[in-house]
Design a protein around this ligand. Structure first.
Ligand SMILES: O=C(O)CCC(=O)C(=O)O
Ligand SMILES: [Fe+2]
Length: 280
């Protein structure tokens, strides 16, 4: 297999690049995979346009980056247990991933990232925003950086996917298995990215509950300060989907949020999540 030279087009200053001149259904050569991996490390999320991927193509691509994690909360695509469905129907009001979060931080070995592929998109809206936790960390003062490097934080899925969450998604079949939402995880507040070695802020509004050894009440003020900082627009990018677009994000260096501004229209995405390593 030959591989053409991939063209990397950043879409914002801190995070996100479109990769052009690549056909993911036909070229999974070592050179192409290495180029994607390098861009993912640098840009936190990489985007591809106009990809014609079957479910098998999508799986083959994901497997080049690691073992597939079968999501225990999302409904799978019929016949494809490796592929989770991220769906919103015209009559549904809530969407999946509508607040800032990092997937799987509630796992002690969090997923590396996800490959989200657009099958049906609304006429307008339904963009996804990403934020760079490299940029957020880098812009903190030296004093706060030093303090944060001594802290660890607890992350949980209970309040999101567990029984207490009572989400409408569980009633309409998009999410399930609340009994699996019983584990918590502890990670450093500042991680050293396992591949790039760069430091990244690793707390998020979706799943972080408190600093280890602090109460939730005591943690709230500092967490809110960090979240407000990390949400600064210059650390983010916004991706407008078209059918056939694919986003591959790195959970260790980014947050994301799915904008819920397309009521009355369907949006259907296929997601494959790749396993990662413990974070230090
Ligand atoms: O639908 C999206 O754009 C992203 C949803 C989400 O948070 C996810 O798939 O992890
Ligand atoms: Fe997500």
């Amino acid at each position: 297999m030959t591989s053409n030279t991939i063209e990397v087009r950043p879409i914002a200053g801190a995070v996100g690049a479109e990769l052009h001149n690549v056909d993911l259904a036909h070229d999974l050569s070592d050179a192409t995979i290495a180029a994607i991996r390098a861009s993912l490390g640098q840009w936190g999320v990489v985007f591809f346009r106009d990809q014609a991927l079957s479910e098998a193509n999508h799986i083959a691509l994901a497997e080049r980056f690691g073992k597939i994690n079968i999501n225990r909360f999302f409904r799978a695509v019929d016949g494809w247990p490796q592929i989770a469905e991220v769906r919103k129907e015209p009559e549904q009001k809530t969407n999946i991933g509508g607040g800032w979060h990092t997937d799987h931080s509630y796992d002690q070995i969090p997923a590396l990232g996800s490959l989200l592929y657009a099958r049906e998109v609304p006429d307008y809206g339904g963009d996804t925003v990403f934020a760079s936790m490299y940029a957020a960390y880098d812009a903190l003062s030296d004093g706060l950086k030093r303090t944060l490097e001594t802290l660890r934080a607890v992350h949980s899925s209970r309040h999101v996917f567990g029984k207490a969450a009572q989400r409408t998604e569980s009633q309409d079949g998009r999410l399930g298995n609340p009994d699996a939402a019983t584990q918590d995880a502890v990670h450093p507040v500042v991680i050293h990215h396992p591949e790039t070695g760069r430091r990244a802020l690793y707390v998020n509004p979706g799943f972080t509950t408190h600093f280890e050894g602090w109460t939730a009440d005591e943690s709230r003020g500092l967490l809110e300060t960090l979240y407000r900082h990390a949400m600064r627009p210059e650390f983010s990018c916004r991706f407008n989907w078209r059918p056939g677009s694919l986003a591959f994000w790195d959970n260790r260096s980014t947050w994301h949020l799915a904008i819920n501004d397309y009521h009355g229209q369907r949006r259907l995405m296929h997601r494959i999540t790749v396993e990662g390593v413990a974070l230090h």
